[in-house]
Design a protein around this ligand. Structure first.
Ligand SMILES: NC(=O)c1ccc[n+]([C@@H]2O[C@H](COP(=O)([O-])OP(=O)(O)OC[C@H]3O[C@@H](n4cnc5c(N)ncnc54)[C@H](O)[C@@H]3O)[C@@H](O)[C@H]2O)c1
Length: 277
């Protein structure tokens, strides 16, 4: 087992990539803290871990609240005494309201003419609330949890932090989701800055920037035709599975990745290498 008796927290672990990651960490021997904002999802994940013989502790907290995050860390330290691994995962892909409205026409134009002249008008018509909520959840959430984790990890001279970026913040444009793309790009820059800051204290900070992965969140937040276009652009011809991402979370959380510092790994089925046929 690669993570025997390590203590791991995964945020947003009640669904999708977070749930798959926490199960994979627990299978490698980690004791896991399951965070989410939905009690029923926390309970489901805790039960899945326990069914496989692992130890899990559920903790409900909204990662976009500094106060709630502080309280969550206090509970985890009270329960497990420390924290070795933090996976900043909470969040979800989000299409702006205007993109949702305009996408059927864009899709029609793309499929019939092979080009797109229409704008999704996502940025022009984005509300302050749409923008703020994506930045709060992804970027502030990652910052708040990292700050609390470093209070523990820097002092003890060990830690592994894995930040969930996205291909939308790295090498794909993700038109229609400028707020999500900005938040994810911010997370990747944050990863590199903090990685250099704390590596001397034995704390490793790295990120994943996955392409499109079939999760409840993705299916709920995007549109079927968006996924059709994604698959057409992906040489592998399919979406990823949560388990294909979880295996990289385990890698970055384990000492097998000890030469990785501020790195960004992007499993994406070849989406960004293709110029089409
Ligand atoms: N699915 C993809 O294609 C994909 C691709 C790249 C990156 N990602 C990223 O992976 C992460 C997980 O996405 P997913 O597709 O598994 O989504 P998901 O919706 O299936 O799961 C996300 C979980 O986060 C929880 N959550 C939401 N807001 C929260 C908050 N404020 N505090 C704590 N928990 C909260 C939700 O309740 C949910 O259980 C996100 O950061 C997402 O941006 C997903």
């Amino acid at each position: 087992m690669k993570l025997k008796d390590k203590i791991a927290l995964v945020t947003g672990a009640g669904s999708g990539l977070g749930q798959a990651s926490i199960l994979a960490l627990a299978r490698e021997g980690a004791k896991v803290a399951v965070n989410d904002i939905h009690d029923n999802r926390i309970q489901e994940t805790v039960s899945l871990v326990e069914k496989e013989g692992g130890e899990a502790f559920g903790v409900n907290a909204d990662v976009s609240s500094a106060k709630a995050v502080k309280g969550m860390f206090e509970k985890i330290v009270k329960k497990f005494g420390t924290l070795d691994i933090l996976v900043n995962n909470a969040g979800f892909m989000n299409l702006s309201a205007k993109m949702r409205e305009n996408f059927p026409k864009i899709f029609q134009e793309a499929m019939t003419t092979g080009t797109v002249t229409m704008s999704p008008q996502a940025t022009r018509f984005m509300t302050d609330d749409e923008w703020q909520s994506m930045i709060d959840l992804h970027l502030y959430g990652t910052f708040y949890c990292t700050r609390e984790a470093l209070n523990i990890m820097e002092d003890k001279g060990y830690g592994k932090i894995v930040n969930m970026g996205s291909i939308c913040g790295l090498s794909a444009s993700c038109a229609g989701s400028p707020h999500y793309s900005a938040a994810k790009g911010g997370i990747l820059a944050f990863t590199k800055s903090v990685a250099q800051e704390v590596i001397g204290r034995g704390v490793y900070v790295n990120a994943l920037a996955p392409g499109f992965v079939e999760t409840p969140g993705l299916i709920e937040q995007t549109l079927p035709d968006v996924l059709t276009l994604v698959k057409m652009r992906t040489p592998l011809g399919r979406l990823g599975t949560p388990e294909e991402i979880a295996t990289l979370v385990v890698y970055l959380a384990s000492d097998e990745s000890n030469f990785m510092v501020g790195a960004v790994l992007s499993p994406n089925g070849g989406m960004v290498i293709s110029i089409g046929y």
